[in-house]
Write a protein that binds this ligand. Structure first.
Ligand code: FE
Length: 363
C-alpha cells in the first residue's frame, strides 16, 4: 500500500500549496494509483482510491472529527481545503476539470445553488433514504447535511417570550435602541433578507431593514455570539442569531460564554405567519471528481444516523436525517414552523438583499 500513501501525501501537500498541476499525476477517473506489488488480499479492503478531496466553507470543529471518524471506519483519507464559500467557488471555477476537489461543502442554500453548475447528481439509495426531499436539490446536485434556524435571542431577565412574535415586530417602535444584529456582510443576514424578499416582497423587506437599522442598539460588530454577549452586557435586549451558536456557547470552554448562554432565551419567530428562517449546509459532487465513489461514501456517512447524531450533539445544528438523536438542548427547543421556500431563492435574491441593506445604511 506504499503507493497509496505516497499519492495521498503528495495530494495533501499539493492542496496545501495550491501546486495543483501535480495532483493529476498517476490518476485516472476512478483509480488514483495502480495496485502495487503489495496489493491487498481478497479479504482486505478493496483496491481503489483511498482518499477524497473536500473543499469546505464550513468552519466547525465537529466536521474535522467526522472526517477522522470516516477515515477510521473506511480507511479513506479526507483531504480538506478550507475557505470562504465565494472564494472556493471562484477557485473551483478557475481550476475547472483539473481541480483535485471531489466535494464542495458549504453552508447556505444560496452558495450551494451558485455552485450548482459545477455539480453532478449523486445517485445513491442510501442518500435517498437518509435525506428527505426538502433537504436536497431536486436533481440531487447537492445534498443537505444539516440545517440551522436564524432566530430571535433575548435577555431572559428583561424580556418575556410573550413580548416576542415576529421578525417584523423587531422593527417596530417597541424595540427602539434594543436590537443587536451583525453586519450586512454576513451571508446569514443576506439570506435572511433574501428569504423575506421571496415571502414578503422588496418593498416590505426594505421597510423592515430600515426599521431594524433604526432600532439597533449599536453599529453592527462581531458575529452572532457577540450579539448575545452584548445582550447579556445590557447593550440591548434582543438580537438575531443562528441557533447553533447558542448551543456552542452552552458547551464552551470559556466559562464567560457559558454564563452568557444561560441568560439567553431562544425564540422561534413568525410561527403564526411565514415561519422561522432556516438555512441549510450541504455537499455537492463536482463534475471533475476523480474519487466519485469515495465522495458519495463520505456524504452517505455525513448523513448517517451516527454522524448526524454526533453533529447535532456537538455543533447543535438540526439534522437532516430524522433518525438522529438530538441533545437535550435541541429537544428542549421543541419543534417549530420553518419558512417554506426554495433554497434557490436565497441565491436569486442575494444581490437585491445586499442592495437593500446598503440602501438603508445597515453597516
Ligand atoms: Fe457559523
Amino acid at each position: 500500500m506504499k503507493k497509496f500513501k505516497w499519492v495521498s501525501t503528495l495530494l495533501t501537500a499539493a492542496l496545501a500549496t495550491s501546486l495543483l498541476s501535480a495532483c493529476g499525476a498517476g490518476q485516472t477517473q476512478t483509480q488514483p494509483a495502480q495496485p502495487s506489488q503489495e496489493a491487498p488480499k481478497a479479504d482486505a479492503a478493496p483496491a481503489g482510491p483511498q482518499e477524497v478531496n473536500v473543499y469546505t466553507a464550513r468552519h466547525y470543529e465537529v466536521d474535522d472529527k467526522l472526517f477522522e471518524e470516516f477515515k477510521a471506519q473506511t480507511g479513506i483519507t479526507v483531504n480538506v481545503v478550507k475557505g470562504k464559500a465565494d472564494e472556493l467557488t471562484e477557485r473551483l471555477k478557475r481550476e475547472g476539470n483539473s481541480s483535485p476537489a471531489d466535494l464542495f461543502i458549504t453552508v447556505d442554500g444560496g452558495a450551494l445553488n451558485n455552485a450548482e453548475e459545477m455539480f453532478q447528481p449523486m445517485e445513491s439509495e442510501t442518500l435517498n433514504s437518509q435525506v428527505p426531499a426538502q433537504f436536497k436539490d431536486p436533481e440531487n446536485l447537492w445534498v443537505g447535511i444539516s440545517t440551522r434556524a436564524r432566530v430571535i435571542v433575548y435577555a431572559k431577565d428583561r424580556v418575556k417570550p410573550e413580548q416576542l412574535s415576529t421578525y417584523e415586530d423587531l422593527a417596530t417602535e417597541a424595540w427602539k435602541g434594543k436590537v443587536l444584529v451583525r453586519s450586512s456582510s454576513s451571508t446569514y443576514n443576506q439570506s435572511l433578507l433574501a428569504s423575506f424578499i421571496e415571502l414578503n416582497g422588496e418593498e416590505q423587506t426594505t421597510e423592515w431593514a430600515k426599521g431594524i437599522v433604526g432600532n439597533m442598539a449599536r453599529d453592527p460588530e462581531g458575529g452572532d455570539r457577540d450579539q448575545m454577549k452584548a445582550i447579556v452586557a445590557g447593550q440591548g435586549d434582543v438580537g438575531i442569531s443562528n441557533t447553533y451558536y447558542v448551543g456552542l456557547m452552552h458547551v464552551s470552554k470559556d466559562p464567560e460564554e457559558v454564563k452568557v448562554a444561560e441568560q439567553i432565551g431562544v425564540f422561534f419567530p413568525n410561527q403564526e405567519t411565514t415561519g422561522t428562517h432556516v438555512n441549510i449546509s450541504g455537499a455537492g459532487l463536482l463534475k471533475s471528481s476523480k474519487n466519485k465513489e469515495n465522495a458519495i461514501k463520505l456524504v452517505e456517512f455525513l448523513t448517517s444516523k451516527e454522524a448526524q447524531t454526533i453533529a447535532a450533539n456537538e455543533n447543535f445544528e438540526f439534522p437532516v436525517n430524522a433518525e438522529a438523536e438530538l441533545p437535550d438542548l435541541l429537544k428542549g427547543w421543541g419543534s417549530f414552523k420553518a419558512q417554506e421556500l426554495d433554497y434557490s431563492a436565497l441565491a436569486t435574491n442575494n444581490k437585491k438583499a445586499t442592495e437593500i441593506m446598503n440602501q438603508v445604511g445597515w453597516k
